[in-house]
Design a binder for this molecule. Structure first.
Ligand code: DGL
Length: 284
């Protein structure tokens, strides 16, 4: 579970929000190019524990970060249409790359709430003591105009170093997140940033919280590492609340998992991250 999500349990506003009378038991769709979005879905399951969730990993087409905008938009539309057929009440784009590449178009096409993931640039720029912030992202995100505008809007006079991390998502998808290869690749991205003096690192791809322990190990205790699982969950909660779509059923919600890649190979990987055995179904 993402660390920032754990910390927030006591401050959750569930009790204030759950006093409405309507109850919407339709599921929420959450998707990513692979297992990265599970870091967001864990936080949602933890904070909104009576919601029913469906997760789609488009693993067959990962990494999105190396694909064209047009390709990503096409995949996102296909997944969203499938969610609509499943009668989902909201969609969480648990992927920074898909958010910057496709969320605007998606919102034009569908009427249910669509929640995206944006890197925590604003809090990072405010918290950085020496005003030197790094953002780790995919190649596609680093080239996105939407992302670059966000950085400029919230940099708050900080020096912001945008670091694309090609190869990292692939290693995580191959369950090599604890391998020497992964450490070597991460070090090659992080050490130059540390030499520039950054004191705050933003994880701008939902796969990267899965290697947060290794990032901390390389960077040491004094570097702040910012994730986005909690703000995304809170935004989802606000949207569901304002649309009277919260599920007020007292029972624990369900979670169903789908992947576009061979599912037996995915089973172990998903179960490992979700920390309990689960079934991964074939997506399309
Ligand atoms: N997890 C995704 C993100 O947040 C996508 C990574 C990829 O497929 O390249 O950007």
């Amino acid at each position: 579970m993402p660390t920032d999500c754990k910390l927030s349990v006591q401050t959750s506003t569930n009790s204030q929000l759950n006093n409405q009378h309507t109850s919407d038991e339709r599921p929420i769709g959450v998707f990513d190019s692979g297992i990265g979005g599970l870091s967001i879905m864990q936080c949602i399951a933890h904070q909104l524990h009576n919601e029913n969730l469906i997760y789609v990993a488009d693993t067959l087409h990962a990494p999105y970060g190396e694909k064209s905008t047009q390709f990503i938009q096409q995949r996102v539309n296909e997944i969203a249409n499938w969610f609509i057929e499943k009668n989902t009440k909201a969609i969480v784009v648990a992927c920074n790359t898909a958010t910057v590449s496709a969320i605007d178009k998606l919102r034009e096409n569908i009427s249910i709430p669509v929640i995206g993931v944006e890197p925590a640039i604003k809090p990072a720029a405010n918290l950085s003591k020496n005003k030197k912030v790094a953002i780790l992202v995919t190649k596609a995100t680093s080239e996105s105009q939407r992302f670059l505008s966000l950085v400029n809007q919230y940099r708050n006079n900080s020096d912001v170093y945008i670091q694309p991390c090609p190869g990292l998502v692939e290693l995580i998808e191959q369950d090599q997140k604890d391998s020497p290869n992964c450490k070597e690749l991460l070090s090659s991205y992080l050490l130059p940033l540390l030499n520039k003096g950054v004191d705050t690192i933003v994880l701008g791809c939902t796969h990267y919280p899965l290697v947060k322990p290794m990032i901390s190990d390389i960077c040491g205790q004094n570097i702040m590492i910012m994730e986005t699982a909690l703000p995304v969950t809170e935004q989802l909660q606000r949207r569901l609340n304002s649309n009277q779509m919260l599920n007020n059923n007292k029972e624990l919600g369900t979670a169903h998992f789908y992947s576009s890649k061979n599912c037996s190979a995915q089973q172990q990987l998903f179960s490992h991250i979700w920390q309990r055995p689960l079934l991964v179904n074939k997506f399309l």
